[in-house]
Design a binder for this molecule. Structure first.
Ligand SMILES: Nc1ncnc2c1ncn2[C@@H]1O[C@H](COP(=O)(O)OP(=O)(O)OP(=O)(O)O)[C@@H](O)[C@H]1O
Ligand SMILES: [Mg+2]
Length: 258
């Protein structure tokens, strides 16, 4: 086994990163072992995946602070085949204290390398702030997927993410690459969506767009029940869209056209 390390990142808040990370983790876990890393102090992903019974004592902060070996911060999640390193409130102070330097950014990458043989997928959910936690996530990963609503302003966020990827390619992580753009909150009747799609296709010249995730009320409701879309509403449009996306992530060779 050689884990694929995947991060769902976007500089823009509320773009569907966590929803996509959790549901893709669940989808991919049907065919492989997943390690989920919650890098966001808001701990939304932890609240859905965290173990139901035993309270977790260790968190990603302990790994970043090098307080414990990484395997002591890995817990069995509520879902079969998924393990999790939970987030904690202290992450916020780590972000402030560490500053953005590559020295602290490689800690997670180093720690994870010992886990590559244990998992098929390592999935990282970073916060939207372009600080040390996002950079650490990008240094630890090889594949970046960018979930983004196809709104007019979203292009700026995409350009900024591309600059960060190129910078990290030169400085700390030559293997990092944009693996795909995932249209989220998608509504094909919104005319700007089509223009932005065309703009993205022109800029990248390759089939970089993945199957879209439509706006779906069940996706908005599921977190309140602490469930992934496949548990909460397996027959919903949201579940169908994530099922399709997971197929493409599991087999990146496939070409997709909107
Ligand atoms: N396709 C969708 N349709 C409807 N609601 C959605 C969809 N995707 C996500 N949501 C809801 O939108 C909100 C923001 O989504 P999410 O938390 O995944 O974004 P995020 O990018 O992780 O946010 P943050 O930047 O705060 O980490 C959540 O309440 C989520 O339930
Ligand atoms: Mg999030």
């Amino acid at each position: 086994m050689m884990a694929r390390t995947i991060v769902f990142a976007n500089r823009k808040g509320g773009s569907g990163k966590t929803t996509t990370a959790i549901n893709c983790a669940h989808g991919l876990s049907k065919n492989g072992k997943v390690l989920f890393i919650d890098m966001d102090a808001q701990a939304h992903a932890s609240s859905i995946l965290a173990p139901a019974s035993a309270k977790t004592h260790r968190s990603i902060s302990d790994v970043l602070g090098q307080n414990v070996p990484i395997d002591q911060a890995i817990y069995t999640s509520r879902l079969p085949n998924i393990s999790i390193i939970p987030s904690s409130r202290e992450l916020g102070s780590y972000e402030l204290a560490a500053g953005v330097d590559t020295e602290s950014a490689v800690i997670l990458a180093d720690a994870l390398s010992a886990q590559f043989n244990e998992y098929d997928y390592i999935i990282i959910d970073p916060p939207p702030t372009l600080g040390v936690l996002m950079v650490t996530s990008l240094v630890a990963a090889k594949e970046v997927y960018i979930p983004m609503p196809l709104h007019f302003l979203a292009m700026e966020g995409l350009a900024e993410m591309m600059r960060v990827i190129y910078r990290l390619n030169a400085e700390a992580n030559p293997d990092l690459r944009l693996a795909g753009i995932i249209p989220t909150f998608y509504n094909k009747r919104v005319k700007t969506s089509k223009k932005i799609r065309q703009e993205i296709e022109m800029n990248f010249g390759t089939p970089i767009l993945l199957p879209p995730i439509r706006n779906n009320i069940k996706l908005a409701e599921s977190p309140a029940y602490g469930q992934t879309i496949f548990v909460f509403a397996a027959k919903s449009i949201g579940a169908a869209d994530y099922r399709e996306l997971v197929k493409h992530i599991a087999d990146p060779g496939q070409v997709f056209s909107l």
